[in-house]
Ligand binder design. Structure first.
Ligand code: BG6
Length: 484
């Protein structure tokens, strides 16, 4: 993997709440291990893991080793493992109780000689959302989030989605968080923003004049974002059945992708410039018709969902959501935007499609040539890359065109290993780069956009309908018509 740009790393104490949970074991520990392996952690860093279970240091280190052996691709050498686990200590705690924070504070002071030199504290909340507020309140009460008096280095707090479950709860969460911490201390993880292909979107648009010049409503007919999954709710039914596809995927990942595809060019790639343009764009987006939710959103549920473990037998939670959106931005005024997501579909893939206005030229008209749109596809995953569907003359005596495809494939063009989204984002937290983390305003806009749909879908069981679809299909049959 290529080295990250030269960075001054501060000595760091990195505390993980929920260290024994699924997220820590599957994502955080393997990602931190990759950073360690590639020399992308501060020279002086220590990790403190908190969880409710009793564990000896040996048991804790064995848990880390097991996570790495299970979730890191390739071999983990014993000597790397020994060095890595030595960075971690365990604190058995009930994180809802104040005492836990006194012990944490003591542990941090004992071990890092905090404030003898510039030093940063990172608190990663890898726990269920209902713990966010109590943890942040306790951290504040124990003076763990403030800067050292001698050095103005503020602590950082990392929160996992969901950031609320509607406008009201998101506003309450943000208000509490901002009571105890400043915006520049809060890092909200949306792992889609850490994907290499997603980061490429702005560069691809704004560094290729041929693309940038075509990025306008005269040339673009519609935008489609598709994030399909071929798995179901797995072990997460208790969370998912209270969330659904709209909250789980559209509010965060789907709208984040849409903002990157449509935002104006920022002055630079600095966090503040990116956030400014993203937010300006979000402010212009709304669902297609707030007075007619059925024309703006379609929901579905895969067959057998209600028989899954942990799902209510009469659940009306959607596992498929399709939205039609619009923007009041002069550049995008008449361009419909669609976001589609669902579980248990035919394939796992995330892509953004830009449908260009079909050929209007005299040649097309006079020769009766097929006039379908050219489609530019940005493939986020899998087979990361970009393709452009064009028309070319079919060899032979007749004037006839055929669709052909120009493609760029990440793996074929770049041999470097790509950092995983979590690696990238954790590294950004360590170095204090917030460009890839949604701001308070962005999160609020994302909720504001989907709130009318949430209101309608949750207030009535029979109307609008929830269409069922077979597992492994392309979603409800009605979806085709919705898109047309
Ligand atoms: C998460 C959702 O944010 O993203 C999951 O909570 C979903 O339900 C996952 O499966 C999809 O992420 P990816 O990176 O596999 O597309």
């Amino acid at each position: 993997m290529e080295k990250a740009p030269q960075t001054e790393y501060l000595p760091t104490t990195f505390t993980i709440f929920g260290i024994t949970g699924d997220l820590s074991r599957r994502k955080l520990l393997p990602s931190i291990f990759h950073l360690f392996r590639h020399g992308l952690l501060p020279e002086h860093i220590e990790f403190i893991g908190l969880a409710i279970e009793e564990k000896t240091t040996e048991e804790f280190h064995a848990l880390i080793a097991d996570s790495l052996r299970t979730f890191v691709d390739g071999t983990v050498e014993e000597n790397e493992l020994t060095q890595f686990v030595s960075l971690f200590s365990y604190l058995q705690s009930d994180i809802t109780k104040r005492d836990a924070y006194d012990v944490l504070q003591k542990r941090m002071h004992d071990s890092d000689k905090k404030c003898d030199a510039p030093h940063q504290s990172i608190f990663y909340l890898a726990v269920a959302p209902h713990f966010f507020i109590p943890i942040i309140e306790h951290l504040d009460a124990s003076h763990l989030t403030g800067p050292c008096p001698e050095y103005d280095v503020k602590a950082k707090i990392v929160i996992e989605k969901p950031f609320g479950r509607d406008v009201e709860s998101a506003a309450a969460l943000n208000e509490t968080v901002l009571k105890y911490a400043d915006e520049d201390q809060i890092y909200r993880m949306d792992h889609y923003l850490g994907k290499e292909t997603v980061q490429n979107m702005l560069l691809f648009r704004f560094t290729n004049p041929v693309i940038n010049d075509s990025w306008n409503p005269k040339a673009i007919e519609r935008i489609e974002i598709i994030a399909s999954e071929n798995i179901g709710v797995e072990q997460r039914a208790s969370y998912y059945d209270t969330a659904g596809a709209l909250r789980d995927m559209v509010q965060s990942h789907g709208l984040a992708l849409l903002s990157l595809v449509t935002m104006d060019e920022p002055n630079s790639l600095q966090s503040k410039d990116i956030h400014e343009k993203k937010q300006e764009m979000f402010e212009t987006i709304s669902i297609f018709d707030e007075n007619n939710i059925e024309s703006s959103a379609l929901r579905g549920q895969y067959e057998g969902y209600t028989q899954s473990d942990g799902v209510a037998p009469d659940s009306t939670t959607e596992t498929f959501a399709q939205l039609r959106l619009k923007s009041s931005h002069p550049q995008w005024k008449d361009v419909p935007m669609y976001i589609t997501t669902g579980k248990m579909l035919a394939s796992k893939e995330t892509r953004v499609q830009i449908h260009f206005t079909p050929c209007q030229s005299n040649i097309c008209k006079t020769q009766g040539i097929r006039t379908e749109p050219n489609i530019l596809e940005l493939r986020v995953q899998p087979q990361e890359g970009i393709s452009l569907k064009l028309f070319a003359k079919k060899p032979g005596f007749y004037v006839e065109t055929q669709e052909v495809e120009m493609t760029f494939d990440y793996n074929a063009s770049f041999s470097d290993e790509q950092p995983s989204p979590y690696e990238r984002l954790i590294h950004d937290v360590i170095i204090g780069d917030q460009s890839l983390f949604p701001s308070t305003e962005e999160v609020m806009d994302q909720w504001r956009i989907i709130q009318p749909i949430l209101d309608t879908w949750t207030s009535s069981h029979d109307h609008p309908p929830i269409y069922t679809y077979p597992k492994g299909s392309h979603g409800p049959a009605e979806s085709k018509q919705f898109l047309s």
